[in-house]
Design a protein around this ligand. Structure first.
Ligand SMILES: Cc1ncc(COP(=O)(O)O)c(C=O)c1O
Length: 373
C-alpha cells in the first residue's frame, strides 16, 4: 500500500530531530540541569567545534542568521551612510539584516544558471555613481551553490570594497576544496531549523580568522560590554542560548554525511530527470561542491507544474516568488531581468537527507507524467 504523503515526505526539521532524538534529549537535560542558559559552556564548546569543522580561528555564536549579517556589518563599522551590495534574487532575510545595520541596500542581478550574484553585474554596479559609498558586497551562496568567489574577489579588491559571505544555505559546500564560510574576512551563518545544520529554534553565527574582528563581534553581540554592565561601544542582544548550542553540538558531527546524502539525491534527480523538456536542472559551479540546501529546477510552466505536484501531495515549493526589488519593502526603479525570470520559474523539489527512494521515485514519476502530458 502506498504511504500517505506525510509519511512519504516527512518534514526535514522533524525528521532531523527524530534521527538524533536520544542524544538531543540528553543534551537538553544537561543544559536544564546546569542552571546556565545563555553564553555558557555549550556555546563555548559549539563555537570551538564549528570553528574546528570549518578550519577557522573563531566562531561567534549569535541568536539568528539575520543578526549574524547585522553584527558582521556593524563589526566592520558599516552602518548609516554606507551601502552594501546584495544579489537581487535572495531571501528577504538578507536585506533585513543589512537594513538593521543602518546601511542602504544596493542590488545586483544574478547568474541565471548558478543563481548567485553575477560578477559582471557587480562590476557595473560598482562602476556607476550609484556605487559611491559601497563598503561591502554580501555574496550569498544561494541554495548551497558557492558563488564565483575568485572573480568577485578581484572586482571587490579593484573597487576597494569588502567581500563578505552569507552561508545560511551553504553549510557543507566547498569552493575549490575550501569550505564556504572561510573564503573572506567573515561569514554569516544561520542554524534555523530548516538549514543543513539546524537548531531547534533560532540561532546563527559569524566565522572569521581575524582576531581583532572576533573581539569586536563578541562585544557587539552583548550590548558592547567589555565587562558586565560596562559597554565599550554600541551593541545589541544577540546571544545564542545554551539549548541551541547543545543541539547543534549533537548534529554537527553528522553534517558532512548529511550533505553527502543531499548530493546523492540531487545526482539521482539530475540523472533521472535530465531529459524532461519541461524542466531545467540545476548545475554545480566548476571545482565546487554544492550543499543542496535546496534542489531548484526551472520551468516556464512553473505554476502548472506546482499545481500538478501539489495535486499528488508532493511538497514542492517556490524559493522565492519575488526578487527583492519586486517586494514593497525593497522596491527600486531598476530592472533585474535575470532575477525576475528566476522568480517566475524556480521550483524546489523535495530534498533532504532522510528522503527515501520511494519518495524520490514518486517525485520523478510525477514530473515525467507532467512532461509527457
Ligand atoms: C541566505 C540567507 N541569509 C540569511 C538568512 C537569515 O537567517 P535567520 O532566519 O536565521 O535569521 C536566511 C534564512 O532564511 C537565509 O536563507
Amino acid at each position: 500500500m502506498p504511504l500517505s504523503s506525510h509519511l512519504l515526505f516527512p518534514s526535514y526539521p522533524k525528521e532531523d530531530q527524530l534521527r538524533h532524538q536520544h542524544e538531543i534529549e540528553v543534551a537538553v537535560q544537561r543544559v536544564v540541569r546546569s542552571g546556565h542558559y545563555i553564553l555558557g559552556d555549550e556555546v563555548g564548546a559549539f563555537e570551538a567545534e564549528f570553528a574546528d569543522y570549518l578550519g577557522v580561528r573563531h566562531v561567534i555564536a549569535l541568536a539568528s542568521g539575520t543578526d549574524a549579517i547585522e553584527v558582521m556589518l556593524r563589526a566592520h563599522d558599516i552602518g548609516p551612510g554606507d551601502k552594501v551590495v546584495v544579489p537581487c534574487f535572495a531571501p528577504s532575510a538578507v536585506a533585513a539584516g543589512i537594513h538593521r545595520s543602518g546601511a542602504a541596500l544596493l542590488l545586483a542581478d544574478v547568474e541565471a544558471d548558478m543563481f548567485t550574484i553575477c560578477p559582471e553585474a557587480l562590476e557595473s554596479v560598482l562602476s556607476t555613481s550609484e556605487g559611491h559609498g559601497v563598503k561591502a558586497v554580501l555574496a550569498v551562496h544561494l541554495y548551497g551553490q558557492p558563488v564565483a568567489w575568485e572573480r568577485l574577489q578581484k572586482i571587490a579588491a579593484d573597487h576597494g570594497v569588502l567581500l563578505l559571505e552569507d552561508c545560511a544555505q551553504s553549510h557543507g559546500a566547498l569552493w575549490r576544496d575550501r569550505p564556504t564560510g572561510t573564503l573572506g574576512r567573515a561569514a554569516a551563518f544561520s542554524f534555523y531549523p530548516t538549514k543543513n545544520l539546524a537548531a531547534l529554534g533560532d540561532a546563527g553565527a559569524v566565522a572569521t580568522n581575524d582576531d581583532e574582528l572576533a573581539g569586536r563581534l563578541r562585544l557587539i553581540r552583548q550590548y558592547g560590554w567589555r565587562e558586565r554592565y560596562l559597554s565599550d561601544q554600541e551593541g545589541v542582544n544577540s546571544r545564542m542560548d545554551e539549548m541551541q548550542a547543545a543541539v547543534l553540538r549533537v548534529k554537527l558531527p553528522a553534517l558532512d554525511e548529511n550533505v553527502s546524502h543531499r548530493r546523492q539525491i540531487a545526482t539521482h534527480y539530475v540523472v533521472r530527470l535530465g531529459s524532461c523538456h519541461a524542466l531545467r536542472m540545476p548545475v554545480t559551479r566548476m571545482h565546487c561542491e554544492h550543499a543542496f540546501h535546496q534542489f531548484v529546477v526551472r520551468s516556464s510552466r512553473r505554476e502548472a507544474l506546482l499545481q500538478h505536484l501539489h495535486s499528488r501531495k508532493i511538497p514542492a515549493a517556490v524559493h522565492y516568488p519575488a526578487a527583492l526589488h519586486q517586494q514593497a519593502a525593497f522596491r527600486c526603479d531598476h530592472a533585474f531581468p535575470v532575477s525576475e525570470k528566476l522568480a517566475a520559474e524556480v521550483l524546489s523539489l523535495p530534498l533532504h537527507p532522510w528522503l527515501k527512494a520511494e519518495a524520490i521515485s514518486t517525485v520523478c514519476e510525477a514530473l515525467e507524467e507532467f512532461d509527457h502530458g
